[in-house]
Design a protein around this ligand. Structure first.
Ligand code: DQQ
Length: 549
């Protein structure tokens, strides 16, 4: 760890320097994984003239930097190469659809194709002269400032390709505009969008993909099998990624979410912390769907400029439909285990009321922790207040220092030697005040960044979500990935994810500690805890390949 750069990560994807935002066009091609990303080669802040950064990997863990795939260069993208996706055509060749900011500063959709398909690293891309393929015009009524982020296209039974592009109307109706094409070059706008929702504002980075009804295997984006569909949208108004699960009617070409689009504080999100502009791809080798998401900084821009970089990608996650059919589950891809070093294990330890137990023997600044809690005296839970509808608000009012009947209990991570700095990830259990609910209890999951750093200029907002499990017959599990300035939490086997960014001044490197804690009035059993030191991955080490800017 470079002591001048304590916030750079050991195993989270980041470029050697400068600004990064959305993951773009992830894929696997000829056994090589590719990640493109919104990259500003000129500095540590976003710039409209952003380019497609590019890295490749054999295992989704270690990454080789490649030259940017393309830069603004032609009238249809001269003012910026914005987000987009890859589609693998039936002959196995990949193509990119992306948003260009054209010579009039309008958002248009372009195509880029590999120059040499026999190169598994796909180092060179070209832009056919017929770009743009899709443009807003007076007839289609699309706002040229709100027309972007094409998805991976899918092929219908009728042999026509479909793709959606994010948009919104002037009165804040969010839209997934649908286009169809026979040859992938000439596209026609459908009269109806694939889906829309009033008062949701601009839909950025939509993602539309099928999930298997049973099992955790992924399915190919054009699959006609026994599937449900997921529509994810990134709402610019809240900067969160929301999803719905529903049915795609292939005859009418419309998507109908099972529960409608929930528009409240507890609407389903891929992550309830810092996480945006996510995108999935189907890995046909390991038969899984893999999710990437941009994790922004929580520091002021002046700090980003000083450290010379901004933005991380979450660790890649496998994503699939949970057994209930009502929620998506996410889990770090199994390849993370190749980084595991020394391990500490606990079995059946009691965390007495008010206790804090240190986890010794792992590198607490770069670790992978799995823990499972069981609570016995559920009747001691406090009753939910009727006003408690927003989990994030409850977590910030009732932060990690506020004792309740059951909880807070969980992990304290990135703690300094004197505990002056620490971040906590915890649960509280309440009795439901809604007698119509199937379970009597509500489990709240929170992450509290408020004491994470002596530096008060960072955004230390508390995060929270309700975790849909019944603590009377299920243990409460937590998986936490710690990596210097990022903490990714998976509650209940991946039902709820919360990611945060923190910038400790003291809890750095060897001066970092890890604890299990219980500040509630009742003891909690730790059924098991395993913690591993994680080795650093090779991430975009420039000596491995010239990083051309
Ligand atoms: N970032 C891109 C846009 C997208 C936004 C520009 C989402 O294409 O809508 O960098 O973060």
């Amino acid at each position: 760890q470079d002591l001048n750069q304590p916030y750079r990560t050991g195993y989270h994807f980041q470029p050697p320097r400068n600004w990064m935002n959305d993951p773009n066009g992830p894929m696997i091609y000829k056994g090589i994984y590719h990640l493109f990303y919104q990259y500003n080669p000129y500095g540590a802040v976003w710039d409209v003239r952003i380019v497609w950064g590019h890295s490749t990997s054999a295992d989704l863990v270690n990454w080789t930097p490649q030259p940017p795939a393309f830069n603004p260069s032609q009238p249809s993208d001269v003012n910026g190469c914005w987000s987009g996706s890859v589609t693998i055509l039936p002959d196995g060749k990949p193509v990119i659809l992306y948003t260009g900011i054209d010579q009039n500063k309008s958002q248009v959709q372009n195509i880029a194709v590999p120059v040499n398909v026999s190169d598994p690293y796909l180092r060179e891309w070209s832009k056919p002269t017929l770009n743009p393929l899709l443009a807003p015009n007076a007839v289609n009524g699309i706002d040229p400032d709100r027309f972007r982020d094409p998805t991976t296209a899918w092929l219908g039974r009728d042999g026509e390709w479909r793709v959606i592009v994010g948009s919104s109307t002037d009165d804040r109706r969010g839209l997934a505009i649908l286009y169809k094409s026979r040859d992938f070059f000439n596209w026609t706008q459908s009269t109806k969008p694939l889906h829309y929702e009033d008062l949701t504002g601009m839909w950025e980075c939509p993602d539309f993909f099928p999930v298997a009804i049973t099992g955790s295997e992924g399915v190919e984006t054009s699959s006609f099998g026994d599937v449900k569909h997921v529509l994810k949208v990134s709402l610019i108004e809240t900067l969160h990624d929301y999803y719905t699960i529903g049915t795609y009617d292939r005859e009418k070409d419309v998507y109908v979410p099972d529960l409608g689009f929930v528009q409240n504080e507890s609407a389903p999100r891929l992550d309830y912390g810092k996480y945006y502009a996510s995108k999935t791809f189907f890995d046909d080798v390991k038969k899984r769907r893999v999710l990437w998401g941009w994790v922004n900084e929580s520091s002021p821009a002046k700090d980003d400029i000083e450290k010379g970089w901004s933005g991380l990608q979450s660790f890649p996650r496998k994503i699939w439909l949970g057994e209930s059919g009502k929620e998506l589950l996410q889990w770090p891809i199994e390849e993370i285990e190749t980084l595991r070093g020394s391990q500490v294990s606990w079995h059946n330890k009691v965390l007495k009321a008010g206790s804090t137990l240190q986890v010794h023997g792992v590198t607490a600044a770069q670790a992978d922790v799995e823990v499972s809690f069981k609570v016995r005296n559920l009747e001691k839970a406090d009753v939910m207040k009727p006003s408690w509808t927003d989990p994030q608000k409850i977590c910030s009012q009732e932060d990690s220092s506020v004792k309740s009947g059951l909880g807070p209990f969980g992990l304290i991570v990135l703690a300094s030697n004197d505990m002056e700095e620490h971040t906590s990830v915890y649960f509280k259990i309440f009795k439901s005040n809604d007698t119509n609910k199937n379970t009597k209890y509500v489990v709240l999951m929170c992450t509290d960044q408020s004491r994470s750093s002596l530096n008060d200029e960072n955004d230390k907002t508390t995060f929270g979500a309700f975790l849909a499990i019944d603590p009377s017959n299920q243990a409460i599990s937590l998986r936490t990935l710690i990596d210097h300035s990022i903490v990714e939490n998976y509650g209940g086997g991946g039902k709820v994810c919360i990611t945060s960014r923190v910038y400790p001044k003291l809890a750095i490197g060897e001066n970092t500690n890890l604890f299990a804690f219980n500040r509630g009035t009742q003891s909690v059993d730790v059924l098991s805890l395993s913690a591993w030191s994680l080795k650093s991955a090779q991430i975009n080490d420039e000596s491995m390949s010239p990083f051309i800017e």
